[in-house]
Design a binder for this molecule. Structure first.
Ligand SMILES: NC(=O)c1ccc[n+]([C@@H]2O[C@H](COP(=O)([O-])OP(=O)(O)OC[C@H]3O[C@@H](n4cnc5c(N)ncnc54)[C@H](O)[C@@H]3O)[C@@H](O)[C@H]2O)c1
Length: 362
């Protein structure tokens, strides 16, 4: 396993995300970060140090002292316990919403009504009704929006998508995606349904991203508490396997575990009539230790180690999008479609039957 490390270089927009306009000549987009926990703090650090075209203006978190401490660390001039203070500040043009998921929809609505551009961490909401409320507000206000599916900004996943788009894999017939977190050490912090709404939602997005335009129409899922069986009665499912069927007959599987003893593991595969691409299986630094026991090589322990550059790239893209220098990516439609698949999977576990996507969308 290897530890997180900072690389103090300015990230540039990926060539395939942005136009050739030199965003460094433009005024940086002023950002406010709402929710300064694990992800909010990481996004704030990136906005302050690594995101070309962005400036960290302020932070909000209801926990006393949290926003202030982060503002001090990252050189932001505003901190508050009430995010409305950021929304009423004209220097804040855009917000990163990294509060817990059940706050996302109402925060998106408030930010849209305040005319702010919105980058929202996944999931957009925990229910379709809340997601649609948020989408309606974004659409009505006409503000830029992007959801935090950072795998789409990872060079490997984008490379696989390019192979699909250029026909090099032929007709796509099979896909797979998996996520395995390293350690389930704080089960009390895991919300019911998290394996679908928080974790596999990334995989559902990948399974749309790499499908060549086909959309899943049916979802069949099993999930259980295999790591912490005592938590089953509290609704904490820690292990899941899902099968999906697409409009064109293609098939996919996704699986997730909250405890992979060997570290963080994200992989995807897309298989077609002309070939196959796989992504993931990331290894750490090139050091290999040879001994009587064989060879050992470190691997990433946590998601930030794997997607460090993708998290920067998604915000570089979003800042360029806000300035009109990049196309919309990770749209409200993508946020909603992945949520629908997560909700379908959760319903399938409850009913022990395949669920039609159309039955979830109503
Ligand atoms: N894209 C990814 O790979 C990824 C990874 C981890 C988490 N996430 C997502 O990021 C979001 C936050 O996750 P986290 O792990 O950082 O959670 P966290 O619990 O570490 O942090 C959440 C923070 O939000 C604050 N908060 C609570 N209510 C708030 C409110 N109304 N306004 C402002 N702040 C509020 C909390 O005090 C806390 O500091 C979740 O939606 C999660 O799914 C995404």
């Amino acid at each position: 396993m290897y530890l997180s490390y900072d690389r103090p270089i300015a990230a540039q927009p990926l060539a395939f995300h942005t136009s050739t306009v030199n965003s460094s000549l433009e005024r940086p987009v002023g950002f406010g970060v709402i929710g300064v926990g694990l992800m909010g703090e990481f996004h704030a650090a990136n906005l302050a140090r690594r995101v070309d075209g962005a400036q960290l203006v302020g932070l909000a978190d209801p926990q006393p002292g949290l926003a202030e401490a982060a503002a001090g660390r990252f050189g932001a001039r505003l901190w508050t316990r009430d995010y409305q203070d950021l929304l009423s500040n004209p220097d804040v043009e855009a917000v990163v919403i990294a509060a817990p998921a059940h706050h996302h929809a109402s925060t998106v609505v408030a930010a849209a009504q305040a005319g702010k551009a919105i980058f929202c961490e996944k999931p957009l909401a925990n229910t379709l009704a809340d997601a649609d409320r948020a989408i309606e507000a974004v659409t009505h206000a006409g503000v830029p929006f992007q959801i935090g599916f950072q795998r789409r900004f990872d060079a490997g996943f984008r490379g696989a998508r390019a192979l699909v788009d250029t026909g090099k894999l032929g007709e796509i017939q099979l896909l797979r995606s998996l996520t395995r977190d390293p350690l389930l050490d704080e089960p009390e912090r895991v919300t019911a349904g998290a394996i679908f709404l928080e974790t596999l939602i990334h995989d559902f997005d990948v399974l749309r991203f790499l499908a060549g335009g086909a959309e899943p129409v049916e979802v069949y899922a099993h999930a259980d508490a295999l790591i912490l069986p005592d938590w089953r009665s509290r609704g904490l499912l820690d292990t899941a396997a899902v099968m999906l069927r697409y409009t064109n007959g293609a098939l996919a599987t996704a699986d997730a575990s909250f405890q992979a003893v060997y570290g963080y593991d994200v992989r995807a595969e897309v298989f077609g009539t002309l070939g196959m691409a796989n992504v993931g299986d990331v290894v750490g630094p090139s050091l290999v230790h040879h001994s009587r026991a064989g060879m050992t090589r470190s691997r990433p322990h946590w998601f930030i180690d794997v997607f460090r550059e993708a998290y920067v790239a998604e915000l570089v893209h979003f800042a360029a999008f806000v300035r009109g220098n990049a196309e919309a990516d990770n749209t409200v439609g993508d946020a909603r479609a992945a949520l629908v698949l997560a909700l379908a999977a959760a319903r399938s576990v409850q009913t022990r039957r395949p669920v039609q996507v159309s039955d979830v969308t109503g």
